[in-house]
Design a protein around this ligand. Structure first.
Ligand code: SF4
Length: 405
């Protein structure tokens, strides 16, 4: 230490698996350049508000650049800013990108930015080619796996879903990173690395041309969002066959996250998802055949469900159970409506503000009448009681809540 500039990222033990360490490595893109001007520092994510800000930082004055993935990261920094008035805190990352904090009463030494790290730290608008990660030695003792992200792009090639805005801003300024910059630290070959290839949705082009160029290694799992669309299913069987035959990573090194949202024909059309239930089922079958683990995100909290939608969605869950892919985890999110989305405009008058800890950043929930509440609960309970290993996600609290423990 000693340069009075810190690059601060958060790490936390997985709440479900204490042998897995989650690293929120948002500053990896600029790793080598940052090393020249300051020090990297891993901070523990506290979920309990009373503990936040109590931990000491290794500097008392200077600048701290913070990568905030979740609300506890922002809140923790808010407390540090009050505790260390001689430090200027500059916070970026997904939490800042998805919210609107204008009008919030923040400490004067706490700056929030939705710019790329290159622009904020290096004052340049071009992509850094010096990706790197240093595992926090003191945190990985006793761990079998680490999960971290490799940022490819923040633009979505689909960019139509009515509830989504967090990933579609700055369409002309995507990072468009290349997989060639991904360097894995080989000093830790005993540690499994779960790498989230961070892009809102993998493009057909990436699936066909880039995926086969990734490393085939037993200690790596590549995890990414895959749309259940026609253009993807037209390619996927052949891509997986080629991978199995030795071109690129083995299929069992992959993890697909396939957004299901609310699986009725009417609701998928309403959301403009551009996906089909039958294609989701086909992808699940392929994942089972090739031993690919699966994440299935669902969303509830809609105000326009009919009993037919719920019956159709429950039937879909039964169909997934029938496929019987053992390595499936579903995550249930409660709908959050972001400003600047078409969903927000269309639901004006039916929304209530959603406060996240002390922050009121423009997000809302849909107000549900008694009938809609019961229909949403019926779907939620069907999912929780299914054999799909359901996790509830609550962004206003601690994040993931495991229901099948
Ligand atoms: S596919 Fe995903 S990232 Fe793209 S618009 Fe839809 S929800 Fe957003």
């Amino acid at each position: 230490m000693g340069k009075d500039i810190l690059f601060l990222q958060f790490a936390q033990e997985d709440s479900h698996d204490n042998t897995l360490l989650n690293l929120n490595n948002g500053l990896s893109n600029v790793y080598n350049e940052c090393k020249k001007i300051g020090d990297f520092y891993w901070a523990t994510q506290f979920n309990n508000q009373s503990e936040m800000g109590k931990n000491e930082l290794p500097i008392k004055k200077g600048k701290v650049y913070v990568s905030a993935f979740y609300y506890p990261h922002l809140l923790q920094t808010y407390y540090w800013a009050q505790k260390y008035p001689d430090i200027e805190f500059n916070v970026g990352g997904p939490v800042i990108r998805s919210g609107n904090y204008s009008g919030q009463d923040l400490p004067v030494n706490l700056n929030l930015t939705n710019k790329n790290a290159e622009e904020v730290i290096l004052n340049k608008n071009t992509l850094s080619k010096t990706w790197g990660i240093e595992y926090p030695k003191e945190y990985i003792k006793g761990k079998k796996a680490v999960r971290f992200t490799y940022h490819l792009d923040h633009r979505c090639y689909w960019n139509k879903c009515i509830f989504c805005e967090g990933y579609t801003k700055d369409l002309n300024k995507g990072l468009n990173n290349s997989i060639d910059n991904l360097k894995i630290n080989d000093n830790y070959s005993n540690l499994k690395k779960i790498i989230r290839l961070n892009i809102p949705s993998i493009t057909p082009k990436f699936l066909k041309y880039e995926l086969p160029r990734l490393l085939r290694r037993k200690d790596i799992v590549y995890d990414f969002f895959l749309r259940a669309s026609k253009e993807i299913i037209d390619l996927l069987p052949e891509v997986l066959k080629n991978l199995e035959e030795g071109n690129g990573p083995h299929p069992s090194q992959l993890r697909f996250v396939v957004g299901v949202e609310f699986p009725s024909y009417k609701m998928l059309q309403y959301m403009k998802k551009g996906i089909e239930k039958d294609i989701i089922l086909r992808i699940i079958e392929l994942a089972k055949d090739y031993h690919i683990s699966l994440g299935l995100p669902f969303i509830y909290g809609w105000n326009n469900l009919s009993q037919t939608d719920v019956d159709e969605a429950v039937e879909f869950l039964h169909n997934v159970e029938k496929i019987g892919h053992p390595n499936t985890e579903s995550v249930l999110f409660k709908l959050e409506v972001y400003p600047n989305t078409s969903l927000f405009s269309s639901l004006k008058g039916c929304l209530e503000p959603l406060k996240k800890y002390i922050f009121d950043n423009g997000e809302h929930r849909v107000v549900l009448n008694a009938e809609q509440y019961l229909l949403n609960e019926e779907f939620k309970n069907a999912l929780i009681n299914s054999r799909l290993n359901t996790v509830l996600y609550d962004s206003t609290k601690l994040g993931y809540i495991y229901t099948n423990d």
